[in-house]
Design a protein around this ligand. Sequence first.
Ligand code: 13P
Length: 254
Amino acid sequence: MLKKLFFNWKMNPVSLQETRNLFSQVILAANNQPTVDLVVFPPYVYLSELSQQLQTTRLANLSIGAQDIASQAFGAYTSQISGPMLKDFGCQYVLIGHSETREAYKLSNQQINQKLLQSLESGLIPILCVGHQTDKTITEINYPELAEQVTVALQNLPTEFKTEFYLAYEPVWAIGTGKTATNQIIEEVSQFLKQELAKLSLANQVGILYGGSVDDVSIQELVKLRQVDGFLIGGASLKPEKFNKIIEIVTTQT
Ligand code: 13P
């Protein structure tokens, strides 16, 4: 199956003009390679602009998403952006519980669960990010921590819930460090996550992603992964020469 690529721009680029230019490059890539599915997560302030830019293209294989979502739909929550607002601004996807967001706001798994329920209620496709927060070593996998992140975040889901849904495994030590988890670790963790999902009857519905230093070099090995459905990419998604190479490898080798 062709893998889906999610571009997390984090707090970049720093100007509207640069953002427009970078998004034009992504549009070009999506146009040139119609078999790849791309989703871009820009900072909130650029969502409106990129949504309009996207509408003029009519591309079916490119979407935009938000990097976070409020736990409530509206009200007195200064600085928060809600699901209905994101939907109204053309978002289809939302990142939930990225390790940088968890750390910055000291989010609990219960708060992540509230955000997740909000995303479903608003009709947004969630990408729930999980990864070892406390465990900084490369070979040890903190399974109890992963299990808790998944089970608490996914509690009280609506029974009729049928939407597309992703679980992204991003070990904190691999983010922005140039170190990727080995394929063996990623396969092992993916298998574990699928077992946890199976306990919640969600195994067939949730796609598994990997994130953490995915670039034009590491993708050559990562693309061989059979259990993952796509990649969440930070730094390399800001560099057209890198993401174009990633797209080329993913489309020719899956
Ligand atoms: P890098 O690809 O820069 O390591 O970032 C990964 C990430 O955090 C994607 O959400």
